[in-house]
Design a protein around this ligand. Structure first.
Ligand code: 5GP
Ligand code: ZN
Length: 136
């Protein structure tokens, strides 16, 4: 099977502006950053998304994302951070190789990641919570 673009970056076949690398993950600047310092933490092994990555590697990826978030605050002057991982096309995932976005935020940076509120009835909330619980 052809390697995906993040597999190629992870194996250094494609150039990236790397900020971190170890045996399990690589972190590099997003080519089209949403903000200054927007970084992607990517597993070296190919997993499709958050739902299929093994837990130990997931935990490690999040630890590295935390280090990058801390560095963005102390070294880039970020005032906040968004941590995002998209799962599937419906959620906006465009590269089908698990990755975590670390998006530094600044006062008045103009970025808008909003969740428009919707009305929902209690009985529907109960049904939904039961469905999720039964799948865990
Ligand atoms: P997704 O939409 O899958 O959650 O995020 C994919 C991200 O990868 C996007 O923010 C996009 O800008 C970034 N991206 C896509 N191709 C490349 C590339 O070749 N190099 C780098 N550094 N980032 C990329
Ligand atoms: Zn891949």
């Amino acid at each position: 099977m052809d390697k995906c673009i993040f597999c190629k970056i992870a194996s250094n076949e494609i150039k990236s502006y790397k900020v971190y690398e170890d045996d399990y993950v690589i972190a590099f600047l997003d080519l089209n950053p949403a903000s200054r310092g927007h970084t992607l933490v990517v597993t070296k092994e190919h997993f499709d998304n958050f739902t299929t990555v093994p837990k130990d590697i997931l935990n490690h990826t999040m630890n590295v994302a935390q280090l990058i978030a801390q560095a963005a605050i102390t070294k880039l002057g970020a005032k906040g951070i968004n941590i995002i991982t998209n799962v599937g096309k419906a959620a906006g995932q465009s590269i089908m190789h698990f990755h975590v976005h670390v998006i530094p935020r600044y006062e008045d940076d103009g970025l808008s990641l909003t969740f428009p509120p919707k009305q929902i009835e209690d009985k529907e909330l109960l049904l939904i919570s039961d469905s999720i619980k039964s799948g865990m």
